[in-house]
Design a protein around this ligand. Structure first.
Ligand code: PLP
Length: 380
């Protein structure tokens, strides 16, 4: 028997109580019962985004909200900066390209975080830059970018907004949108929200809504001004993903019950335990300087085929982890600890890592990684 379990940084495991909530009979989205659910969802999202702004709910994957962020705040020919340190940084650039927005990339070595000084320098060199687009957590490399430091730079400039892809960061680390002055924050359901894929979220600051007034890029399905007007009536422009919204209400209740602070602490502890375990086994982290607490990217050691290593997790123990993307294909594995994860889940992943590496001929002292993880997990 093989019990399959998700250890991937999206989709992530869905708690039983959310699955059960979604399994109820379908209600109609024009029914007052739906409007009541949606009102609770709107408030819950403001809690998780730490904002007074409306958090819009879109029926799409996360990329839909990224696209909406671009086509609602910018105009044809605008100039922007894109932090490009992984696959999702590249996605910002691809969206800009598709819409005729001129982007200047700030290329960052995969596995490293952007240096905020590079952003200051680029903004000083071209004061007409309208936006800085960045990932909070770059899921392809397991890097956390210094969002607060970037926000401190951007918020001083009236003509520039900061657009943050927080798809794998929101609900993992503290990212207070209003307090830090983040202008656009994007997230998605299949990450820390513990839901199946299919919902994207986006919130805009007053400054970003001001930009939306002047935006001339084409938009229809992702017209955020229209979506805002509908949301304020507890409705959506088009047919919402009703079952997912019902599941979202349950997820948001779970966030409130645990408390955001505790959610962040839990993710921090699981991430630290995973990193320490990998190091204790003599493995190298891809992002040792600025790691994301959503996932840990570990380099496949010399002589070990990274693709096979990833595959063995599933074939031998049913654990579905992620491998490397693009230039990192076959070179790293990515173990997730985002969303519905607790202490002993990490022990399971580390134990599997030890057993698999041993099977693959890499010298491992069994239990060494587990011990390192337990020392972190058992500490208060
Ligand atoms: C940081 C980040 N940005 C963007 C995306 C794209 O989201 P989606 O696949 O939901 O469109 C992902 C998904 O893995 C992500 O982790």
């Amino acid at each position: 028997m093989i019990k399959k379990q998700l250890f991937s940084p999206g989709p992530t495991p869905v708690p039983e109580r959310i699955l059960l909530a979604m399994a109820g009979p379908l209600i109609h989205h024009r029914d007052p019962a739906y409007e009541e659910i949606f009102q609770e969802v709107r408030e819950g999202l403001q809690y998780v985004f730490q904002t007074k702004q409306e958090v819009l709910v879109l029926a799409s994957s996360g990329t839909g909200a990224m696209e909406g962020a671009v086509c609602n705040t910018l105009s044809r020919g605008d100039e922007v900066l894109v932090v490009r340190g992984g696959k999702f940084g590249e996605r910002w650039a691809e969206i800009c390209e598709a819409y005729g927005v001129n982007f200047t990339p700030i290329d960052v070595t995969w596995g490293e975080a952007v240096d905020p000084a590079a952003i200051t320098k680029a903004l000083d060199a071209n004061p007409s830059i309208k936006a800085v687009l960045v990932q909070a957590s770059e899921t392809s490399t397991g890097v956390m970018h210094p969002v607060k430091a970037i926000a401190d730079i951007v918020k001083k400039r009236d003509g520039t907004i900061l657009v943050v892809d927080a798809i794998s960061a929101l609900g993992v680390v503290d990212l207070p949108m209003d307090q830090w002055g983040l202008d656009v924050v994007v997230s998605g359901s299949q990450k820390a929200f513990m839901l199946p894929p299919g919902l994207a979220f986006v919130a805009l600051s007053e400054k970003a809504w001001g930009f939306a007034e002047g935006s001339d890029l084409p938009k229809f399905y992702f017209n955020l001004k229209e979506e805002l007007a509908s949301a304020q009536k507890n409705q959506s422009q088009f047919t919402p993903a009703i079952s997912l919204v019902v599941g979202l209400r349950e997820a948001l209740r779970m966030f409130k019950e645990e408390g955001l602070e505790n959610v962040f602490k839990r993710h921090g502890k699981l991430a630290q335990a995973t990193r320490e375990a990998a190091k204790a086994l003599g493995l190298e982290l891809l992002a040792p300087q600025s790691p994301s607490n959503a996932l840990t990217a570990i380099k496949a050691p010399e002589g070990v085929d990274g693709k096979k290593l990833k595959k063995n997790f599933e074939d031998m123990y049913g654990l579905i982890i992620a491998g490397g993307q693009s230039q990192l294909k076959g070179k790293i594995i990515r173990i997730a600890h985002i969303g519905y994860f607790q202490e002993l889940d990490i022990i399971q992943a580390i134990s599997a890592l030890e057993l698999i590496l041993k099977e693959m001929g890499y010298p491992v002292e069994l239990g060494k990684g587990v011990k390192a993880a337990e020392e972190i997990l058992g500490a208060n």
